[in-house]
Design a protein around this ligand. Structure first.
Ligand SMILES: Cc1cc2nc3c(=O)[nH]c(=O)nc-3n(C[C@H](O)[C@H](O)[C@H](O)COP(=O)(O)OP(=O)(O)OC[C@H]3O[C@@H](n4cnc5c(N)ncnc54)[C@H](O)[C@@H]3O)c2cc1C
Length: 338
């Protein structure tokens, strides 16, 4: 690696240590991939290396903070430069390995100073590797940004007529506290409208626009809207984009569990027609420090979710009543009348 690092330094002016960090990130990501099974998803983070993967209806997340693509990736993304050869080769290798294992890859979204460069890289990677109808790579679009609609149009324009498939993970956006506020919708209601509008647009695309959608959200209303639309279009035999959902484990679990149950019930039914989305839960694992850091960031993002708390409280009350009716009361009656 040292020789390769020196050659890269001469060409691109980064310190050799930076290339060693990329090499560590490459081998760390490939090692992580070895542990994945079919249909798992690995989340690739350039800026801070936190690969995540999903197992069946579970997303597992490994936080290895020491291991990241680091300074090179950040500098190159910031300057919107094309891929450096060392990054392009590493990513091609990761994509090929994921393809062989039947896994998919997420490119997580970052702050705005990095995101335009990251979007360019994502489109380039998708163009190279998303050859089948189910994409290998999903790029993340943050709808809290005022330019998110333009960004979606750019992604659709890139895929149109080119014969590759677009994977979109749709999120509201995690960096509201650290981002230039002018970039972000003025109110939460505007962000919600943006999320639902873009989800609807992506679900209703034309057959020529090969897109797969992943709704990464804890917001029950957004998910319910998308599921309703998906079902309506399936019923009318209209074209509809394939879509899945995912939430962080421990957040909106009542929503995830409802969706998983609906998907399993429909899969087991005699008609075999599945209209409920496949749903994933995100489990964080790593050292306690890494996990706590990750969960702390997720908790900060979710502080505004008063509505979701009510939803969860209602679900817990319903479940307590159900258990009381079916377990506690009958057992009490049995004791009393024995
Ligand atoms: C599986 C998964 C993967 C994720 N991956 C990424 C990723 O790659 N990159 C990333 O950035 N985020 C990511 N997120 C986090 C995501 O962007 C949200 O921060 C988080 O999910 C909370 O939004 P919500 O849709 O779940 O719920 P909600 O509670 O309905 O929405 C909260 C969000 O609304 C927005 N918001 C809040 N207040 C305002 C306001 N006053 N004005 C405008 N907007 C406002 C913010 O985006 C806030 O996070 C991911 C989330 C999940 C579940």
């Amino acid at each position: 690696m040292v020789g390769a690092a020196q050659t890269q330094t001469e060409q691109h002016g980064h310190l050799p240590k930076c290339y060693e960090v990329v090499e560590e990130w490459r081998t760390g990501t490939l090692d992580t991939l070895k542990m994945l099974g079919e249909s798992d998803i690995l989340a690739v983070k350039y800026a801070s290396y936190l690969p995540t993967w999903h197992l069946l209806s579970v997303i597992r997340l490994m936080g290895v903070q020491a291991n990241r693509a680091g300074p090179i990736a950040i500098e190159e993304m910031e300057s919107r430069a094309p891929f450096l050869p060392i990054l392009a080769t590493a990513l091609d290798e990761i994509c090929t390995e994921a393809q062989l294992k039947g896994c998919r890859l997420w490119l997580d979204a970052e702050q705005q100073r990095l995101q335009p460069g990251l979007d360019n890289w994502a489109i380039e990677l998708m163009r190279r590797h998303n050859k089948s109808a189910t994409p290998l790579i999903y790029n993340t679009i943050q709808v809290y940004l005022k330019n998110s609609q333009n960004n979606v149009e750019q992604h659709i324009a890139a895929v149109r007529g080119e014969g590759w498939s677009l994977g979109v993970k749709l999120v509201r956006g995690a960096y509201i506290k650290h981002e230039n506020r002018d970039f972000i919708h003025d109110t939460k209601a505007d962000t919600d409208r943006s999320y639902d509008g873009i989800a609807e647009q992506l679900l209703c695309l034309h057959p020529g626009e090969q897109v797969s959608l992943f709704l990464a959200t804890h917001n029950a209303k957004s998910v319910e809207r998308a599921v309703r639309l998906y079902r309506e279009r399936m019923e009318k035999k209209s074209t509809v984009t394939a879509f899945e959902c995912g939430q962080v484990q421990g957040m909106a679990d009542e929503l995830g569990c409802e969706l998983i149950r609906a998907n399993e019930d429909e899969s087991a039914s005699t008609t075999g027609e599945v209209r409920a989305p496949k749903t994933f839960k995100c489990l964080v694992w790593g050292t306690v420090g890494e996990c706590m850091g990750y969960l702390h960031r997720r908790a900060v993002e979710n502080t505004e979710a008063v509505e979701r708390t009510t939803h969860m409280r209602d679900a817990l009350v319903r479940e307590t009543r159900r258990r009381f009716q079916f377990e506690v009361v009958p057992n009490f009656l049995k004791l009393k009348y024995r």
